[in-house]
Design a protein around this ligand. Sequence first.
Ligand code: PLP
Length: 399
Amino acid sequence: MSSLSHERFLADHVRTLPRSGIRDFFAIVQKMPDALSLGIGEPDFITPWNIREAAIYSLEKGRTSYTDNLGLLACRKAVTRYIERIFGMSYHPEKECLIGIGVSETMDTALRAVINPGDRVLYHEPCYVSYAPGIRLAGGIPVGVPTYAENQFSLNVEDLEKAWQPGTKALILNFPTNPTGGVVERERLERIARFAEEKDLLVLSDEIYAELTYDGEHTSIASLPGMRDRTIFLHGVSKAFAMTGFRIGFACAPHAIIEAMMKVHQYCIMSVPIFTQEATIEALTHADDSVAEMRASYQRRRDFLVRRFNAMGLPCHLPQATFYTFPSIAGTGLNEHTFATRLLQEEKVAVVPGTAFGPSGAGFVRASFSTRYEKIEEACDRMDRFVGKLLQAPLEAVR
Ligand code: PLP
């Protein structure tokens, strides 16, 4: 071990950045082989065989080179055709599309391409853990806008208006939402779009869970009148296609924005691995049935898990999309951190404290259903036992 203190070498803005709460929690879970995890945010399915085969075939053909910085043109064409087919939006594959390392890198690239030091960026929370740190790393000021269980964690324009200040440049949207499964219906989305227009905001719309919508229809904000010009549409194959390890995401936006993103991407990443881009072409053109099968399986698990939560006394709305539930644990008398820690210690079930996703997650935990049905059943039995004891305790104290 070195005796040198390395703190002084670290950049201030990185040293002061908190570690993800999920990461620390899961370091503990990994050391418990008999733990049942409802904590993970990735599909339990293996990538469909035809997609894996396309990756293998690509390597077999000796496709091992760099590609165009924007991504293989054939992959960009597959992406824009897919977006037209599924989202009804048209983008030029040569000028308005960039292939990146998951939505993670395309979001980071987008932020670094558009944020000047001190620009304010609105985002709704509870939300995916990367947004606020990503805004900070780009030099911006993150401004969280709360969403509420009362309206299933959709986003109120009134709350956006309250959070807006001069110097606000962009708005990050993530519908359907990780960790709440929140969605926005079209009329509400139209109001958000009008707000973005009025305030002249650029919208960064992360729609990675769009295909995992069970009730109603997903609408992209970029498809609303006037919004294509002020939206960076971000999507990828990780979730719906069970391709997290392939690390593919894409951004579609007006040419000048893609060109600026390309510069950031070029100097940082150069290009995405060619064989995972070729596998993505297969995914976007020949995997609709696999996606539908996985979606049906998630929906069955969702219905079961939400029913069990409500029955055991953890009020939980029915998420209309994603593979996450967000039950309230407020009635147990524990805060979300103690609840998750004790549940793990006493019953070996892992869920994520809601505040890992922002302060409005207080009183909630995230439990994902991207886990086998039988495991979810067993986890529910254990949780039932744990929650039963907690809910009984206050009654006994009264007696
Ligand atoms: N955006 C959201 C809302 C997510 O939940 C995740 C992963 O959990 C990502 C982006 C990152 O996805 P990718 O694998 O495409 O980098």
